[in-house]
Design a binder for this molecule. Structure first.
Ligand SMILES: Nc1ncnc2c1ncn2[C@@H]1O[C@H](COP(=O)(O)OP(=O)(O)OP(=O)(O)O)[C@@H](O)[C@H]1O
Length: 740
């Protein structure tokens, strides 16, 4: 291929890199412009309509034109694991190679790529961890940032989502590129010569262009310049045209009950719109999706009759925690021969919002709502159901026009796009607990105050995170990272879980805590969602393994039993207990990784330093077992307290019929026959804040008496502030752990 010519694989065309109608994807028409722009810049900001071919084609264009681009190894990030896996599978198919060879993927706890992989799809988090883990050498140097990536091209896809990891990647990559430009030393190795592409269908491309064109702007406004800064060459490219039009329809007025409205809309589409054409309906979370599946089934059976419903409609759910086989079933097309009389209706969270193509989908129903994590302090961090942004609405609608013209039915009036929805969702860095992000930065040798954020976190957010990290012992009183902090940063779990893990290493219960930490860190519920008619059976089965100490210990019981079984028996165990085999399998991978990490020097040094530094002022015997020997699980509970003390709450009042329990370990086995009235039992966070209620899914509701003091993993805000994944504790342990 001569200079200026743009390569295009025969195989890609043969395997569907074009549209089903045979016309090339818009991005392929502009391949030459892309190659030219990429060759001439440090950072390429690329925008193009949903479905124009960015995620699947761009890495291939760069690779197939390597003589001009110099790209022989490219990494491309996706916000979610489902997208990383499914797009990698599609590209492997287009390039006629086995997934994991030339084209592969890596998501947390799962790697399907090898040394020969040239196109690697990863989640943002995986790329960040890769950059950090190869940073040790650089940390010794004060001259350069410790951001190392062994790729020629780094593509950050769906950059409009602006999750925490994306923002860290953007800042680190910019600093690295500026350092390279300013450095007099010529670099020859690949990691020093990567170029960056950021892309999306719905990003504010001017903001990205400005960010990369500007010199480093540290958070504290200081003029810290390691090298004289030669500005980066930033090119902006907009790919015009979309593969297929999408007609967007809106309601006249806002709907009151959007789950019911979504079900009605799906039923109406089924009745009125021609076949073939599957429906993808966006709701905010698993509970809503389960309810919608059941409602739609009832609705269709009433109007069509059981037999016709069964024959004509396949109702499916799609969310992050679903077993991979079920996710696969939801996204794979119906056989061609049944498409003329059969329709798939998929209720999904935003896992299907960006990047992925669900073949067969022609209609989208958008509730306009999503779940978002908010709260800049760890104790107040919560999941809330909020209106989506205009960018998300466009992404959702875009799922209808992937293979042919489609329709998107929005369950909100058109005016809500401007009166209710923000243009973009607020970057996670401006609304979330920053502790884990700061650990990453400190581990990279970057003081957060010197970091070049695209959008600065609030001063309060930074303060909250620093305080938490000091409380957890990760930073000393001068905010310098110590051995405990370095160990916490090396663990692929949140800061609080990491601290509990180190505590357990010190206390001699690391194996159980590795299981617990894995369970607290995997995405998704251990308990699979159950149809209403099976709920009683599921409750009965689950109660068998449940602990009155709470949800954390109950799932640990289940996990221990699962691991003790022969792999052949595990499937049946999960089915009998209505447990998600996929989540437990992911937890097993995480558990094994944590056991390995526990042996590493950094982590061992962190656990040793706990005694030396963090507990130096305490009685040396405070950790010793109480007279009468250890009580079951007590060690573990106390270690969890050390990590989660900010998530402690005490009972405000007991229901009239209940007496307060005494010591937590005297309550085991005290389950009532039916769930208690404790749904209304109120708790108050020990650090203040609003009243909290235990989530209805908690085993705490099976107890005769609610516990006096609890820890929780997270807050979920729906009609009330619910705490989820609850553990009973003794309030005295809090004083021990916090040294008060
Ligand atoms: N798994 C698949 N099955 C069938 N067609 C697919 C599949 N994946 C992609 N395509 C086709 O390739 C086109 C481009 O997909 P791609 O994901 O590259 O687009 P994109 O520009 O990244 O979209 P978005 O901005 O929505 O992520 C789709 O519109 C669709 O026609």
């Amino acid at each position: 291929m001569g200079s200026g010519a743009v390569g295009h694989r025969e195989s890609a065309a043969a395997n569907g890199a074009g549209t089903p109608t045979g016309q090339p994807l818009p991005i392929l028409v502009h391949a030459r412009d892309i190659v030219d722009a990429y060759a001439a810049c440090d950072v390429l900001v690329l925008a193009g309509e949903t479905g124009c071919g960015k995620s699947t084609q761009l890495p291939q264009i760069l690779l197939d034109n390597r003589r001009r681009t110099g790209v022989s190894r490219v990494v491309i990030t996706q916000p979610r694991r489902l997208a990383a896996i499914s797009v990698a599978a599609r590209v492997a198919h287009e390039r006629e190679c086995e997934l994991g060879t030339q084209v592969g993927y890596a998501v947390r706890f799962e790697n399907k790529s090898g040394p020969g992989t040239q196109i690697r799809y990863v989640t943002h988090g995986v790329l960040l961890r890769e950059a950090c883990s190869s940073s040790t050498a650089s940390l010794r140097s004060q001259e350069h940032s410790a951001f190392h990536l062994n790729y020629d091209a780094v593509i950050i896809d769906e950059v409009h989502e602006r999750d925490l990891n994306t923002d860290l990647l953007l800042g680190m990559a910019k600093t690295k590129l500026l350092e390279r430009k300013g450095s007099a030393v010529a670099k020859s190795d690949a990691e020093e010569s990567f170029k960056l592409v950021v892309m999306s269908a719905t990003a504010d491309i001017a903001a990205f262009t400005d960010f990369f064109s500007a010199p480093c702007r540290p958070l504290n406004g200081s003029q810290r310049q390691v090298h004289p800064q030669t500005p980066l060459v930033v090119k902006q490219l907009i790919i015009p045209g979309r593969a297929f039009p999408v007609e967007r329809l809106f309601t006249e007025e806002p709907v009151q009950e959007y789950v019911n409205a979504a079900v009605t809309a799906c039923a109406q589409i089924h009745a009125d719109e021609p076949f073939p054409g599957d429906v993808l309906c966006f709701l905010s979370g698993q509970d809503e999706i389960d309810a919608a599946c059941a409602l739609l089934k009832d609705h269709l059976e009433r109007y069509l009759g059981k037999k016709r419903t069964k024959h004509e409609v396949l109702i499916m759910a799609l969310y992050a925690t679903l077993a991979p086989e079920e996710q696969q079933r939801a996204i794979e097309p119906l056989p061609v021969e049944v498409r003329a009389q059969r329709r798939k209706i998929i209720f999904s969270t935003n896992v299907a919002e960006t990047s992925i193509t669900i073949p067969g989908v022609r209609y989208v129903v958008d509730s306009g709502m999503c779940k978002m994590r908010v709260g800049t302090s760890a104790s107040q961090s919560s999941l809330q159901i909020v209106p989506i942004s205009r960018a998300q609405a466009a992404q959702r609608a875009g799922r209808a026009g992937r293979e042919c013209a489609g329709k998107a039915f929005s369950l909100y009036p058109e005016r809500a796009l401007f009166s209710v929805m923000p243009e973009f969702e607020p970057p996670e860095i401006t609304r979330c607990d920053l502790a884990s992000a700061m650990l990453t930065l400190f581990a990279l040798g970057t003081d957060v105050r010197h970091f070049d954020f695209m959008d600065a976190p609030s001063a309060q957010g930074v303060q909250n995170a620093l305080e938490l990290l000091v409380d957890l012992g990760a930073l000393d009183e001068h905010c310098e990272m110590n051995a405990v902090g370095r160990a916490m940063a090396a663990l692929p779990v949140g800061a609080m879980v990491g601290r509990a893990f180190l505590e357990a290493m010190r206390a001699g219960c690391a194996q159980s805590m590795a299981m617990m930490a894995a369970l607290l860190s995997v995405e998704g519920n251990i308990y699979a969602s159950v149809r209403p008619e099976r709920r009683a059976a599921a409750d009965k089965a689950r109660r068998h393994e449940a602990s009155a100490l709470g949800d954390m210990i109950s799932v640990l019981n289940v996990f221990e039993k699962y691991l003790s079984l022969h792999p052949r028996e595990r499937g049946a165990y999960c089915r009998d207990l209505f447990i998600s085999a996929r989540t437990l399998n992911a937890a097993r991978a995480a558990y094994e990784q944590l056991l390995k990490l526990q042996q590493t020097r950094t982590v061992r040094q962190g656990a040793n330093a706990l005694c030396r530094d963090v507990y130096r002022a305490r009685e040396p015997s405070w950790w010793s077992e109480p007279a009468g020997g250890p009580r079951p699980r007590m060690q573990l509970q106390r270690c969890l307290v050390a990590g989660f003390s900010r998530h402690a709450a005490s009972l405000l009042e007991a229901p009239p019929s209940s007496r307060l329990s005494g010591s937590p370990n005297q309550t085991a086995g005290e389950f009532a026959v039916a769930p208690s009235s404790s749904f209304n039992v109120r708790y108050k966070g020990l650090r203040g804040g609003p009243e909290l209620f235990v989530h209805p899914s908690s085993v705490i509701h099976w107890r005769r008496r609610p516990p006096h003091c609890i820890l929780y993993q997270e807050i979920l805000i729906t009609s009330k502030l619910y705490v989820r994944n609850v553990l009973e504790i003794d309030s005295a342990w809090l004083d021990e752990a916090t040294g008060s």
